[in-house]
Design a protein around this ligand. Structure first.
Ligand code: FPP
Length: 247
């Protein structure tokens, strides 16, 4: 698998990833689950770097769902620790690579120390104009849509918006991902055929790529494999083949 097989014009603008399989990776080795998450962080570093090299405009990573709070306390703590570690160790490189970091989700639920470390990195990278790296934290797709609807309802109540003017863009602009194009490609590792409440509105027309590779094993070559498959897919957006080729 080689980067040479990639056609720049056919690369997705926005890649979203459900990073799954850390626990299974650890179990297979009789390690504690946290070792899977730790190795998963190495995959995050490599994939972020690879996406920068390819000049991908947006990368969105599902790091912690609103349901993940129900995991054992020590696992939640370990994941929060890894997040801080990642941000602290990578912020300079992200900044040098012109990456803008942002968190998406119910970020107020995160421990104060995580919020502080994260916000500092968001601030440092605020004016960067390259790739937007969105990390989904305490994130749920339904919650995101509910939050958008509630913001819109408020704007209608105050007269800032008229209900007759509502359209799809109104929803998109009030989601956490406002300003980003919808993902062209959604990758899920570890073989599960589920969306798991991720970017429900935004993935309406995304190409979905599921691989059996567990997230800690998912590295550059696996990303290239997904991108090559993406390039060979025919995206129709509800049109016919004939309409697409006339296009
Ligand atoms: C899913 O694997 C993975 C997570 C719930 C956490 C993802 C976190 C990381 C990759 C590490 C740090 C992240 C960043 C952004 C630095 P799972 O535990 O559900 O695996 P399983 O399904 O095999 O049990």
């Amino acid at each position: 698998m080689s980067i040479k097989q990639l056609v720049k014009e056919k690369l997705p603008k926005h890649i979203a990833i459900i990073m799954d399989g850390n626990g299974r990776w650890a179990n297979k080795r009789s390690f504690k689950r946290i070792f899977g998450h730790r190795e998963g962080m190495e995959s995050v570093k490599e994939i972020v770097r690879a996406c920068c090299e390819l000049d991908i405009k947006a990368l969105t990573l599902y790091a912690f769902s609103s349901q993940n709070w129900k995991r054992p306390e020590h696992e939640v703590e370990a994941l929060m620790g890894l997040l801080k570690k990642y941000v602290r160790s990578e912020v300079n490189e992200l900044n040098q690579n012109n990456v803008r970091l942002q968190g998406i989700g119910d970020l107020n639920k995160l421990p104060k120390s995580v919020i502080n470390v994260f916000n500092e990195a968001v601030e440092i990278t605020r004016n960067n104009t390259g790739m937007v790296l969105s990390v989904a934290l305490s994130y749920g797709g339904r919650e995101e849509i509910l939050n958008a609807v509630s913001k819109i309802a408020n704007k209608i109540e105050t007269g800032e918006l008229l209900s007759a003017d509502l359209n799809e863009l109104t929803i998109s602009e009030n989601l956490y991902t406002a300003g980003l194009p919808d993902p062209d490609l959604l990758i899920r590792t570890s073989g599960e055929m589920r969306i798991s409440n991720f970017l429900l509105w935004q993935i309406a027309y995304s190409e979905i790529y599921v691989t059996d590779v567990l997230w800690p094993d998912f590295r550059k070559d696996d990303l290239y494999r997904a991108l090559i498959e993406f390039q060979n897919r025919k995206r129709r957006f509800g049109l016919t083949d004939e309409q697409i080729s006339e296009g």
